[in-house]
Design a protein around this ligand. Structure first.
Ligand code: ADP
Length: 243
């Protein structure tokens, strides 16, 4: 479904990604773990060209793209096949929950308005917010805002949803409702690539863990292996500090 091959990215002279390769199969939940500053967010942002990587290849649904030379039409095709859920929700504050979900469908994907509204209502229902369709973000809790953002992501029916620390801006009591929605989507076979520090989610929901540090993949494997029998010293250190 999604393959990243040898992705490199520097900011000025700071090489943040030093050749990262990751594979996400259809229906997979892949969780990227690692200490802060290891390049996890940058990697996600390079996938849908919020940042342009310096070198490497992205294969998405059979489409091969050289990240350095990707044309605007290739970038737009990648963006249509992916959706991004941000740490800070990134909703339009002057639009209702429903309008936040319909906006991308109508403007970017040219879905007729009536159809967009139907799709958006279904998506909001799926994240448990049918009764909040007409609320503006300022009237919603952080957890509800993030669920609107997830509804917006699923509404476009992407090949893969990219989650960038989706619960790290939330109070602990609101984290659970967002993780529950993500777990439900995972159960429905939605393909997800998730950067998170939520170890219980990683352990229970992921079928593959990628541990990154210093801009490289240090170790990867199924959660039961990474959590109970990590091979690399850096993985052991990270897990012993966080668990
Ligand atoms: P992580 O998500 O693992 O915490 P990030 O990808 O956010 O790591 O950051 C990796 C490194 O890249 C950090 O040193 C950060 O300061 C640097 N970095 C990220 N974005 C930028 C940017 N836009 N300009 C300059 N440096 C950046």
């Amino acid at each position: 479904m999604l393959e990243l091959i040898d992705i490199h990215k520097s900011f000025n002279n700071n090489e943040v990604l030093k050749g990262v390769s990751i594979k996400v199969n259809k229906g997979d939940v892949v969780v990227i773990l690692g200490p802060s500053g290891s390049g996890k967010t940058t990697l996600l942002r390079c996938i849908n060209f919020l940042e342009r990587a310096d070198k490497g290849e992205i294969i998405l649904d059979g489409m091969h793209v050289n990240v350095r030379t990707a044309s605007s039409s290739e970038i737009s095709r990648i963006r249509k096949k992916t959706a991004f859920v941000f740490q800070s929700f990134n909703l339009f504050n002057n639009k209702t929950a429903l309008e936040n979900v319909t906006e991308g469908l109508i403007v970017a994907r040219k879905v007729p308005k009536a159809e967009a509204i139907e799709i958006a209502k279904r998506a909001l229902n799926k994240v448990g917010l049918s009764d909040r369709e007409d609320y503006y973000p300022s009237k919603l809790s952080g957890g509800q805002q993030q669920r609107v953002a997830i509804a917006r992501a699923i509404a476009v029916n992407p090949d893969v949803i990219l989650f960038d620390e989706p619960t790290s801006a939330l109070d602990p009591e609101l984290t659970g409702e967002v993780l529950a929605v993500m777990k439900q989507l995972a159960g429905e076979g939605v393909t997800m690539l998730v950067v998170t520090h939520e170890m219980s989610f990683a352990r229970d929901v992921a079928n593959h863990i990628v541990f990154m540090a210093g801009g490289v993949v240090v170790e990867e494997g199924p959660p039961e292996e990474i959590f109970t029998n990590p091979h690399e010293e850096r993985t052991k250190q990270f897990l012993s500090r966080i668990l």
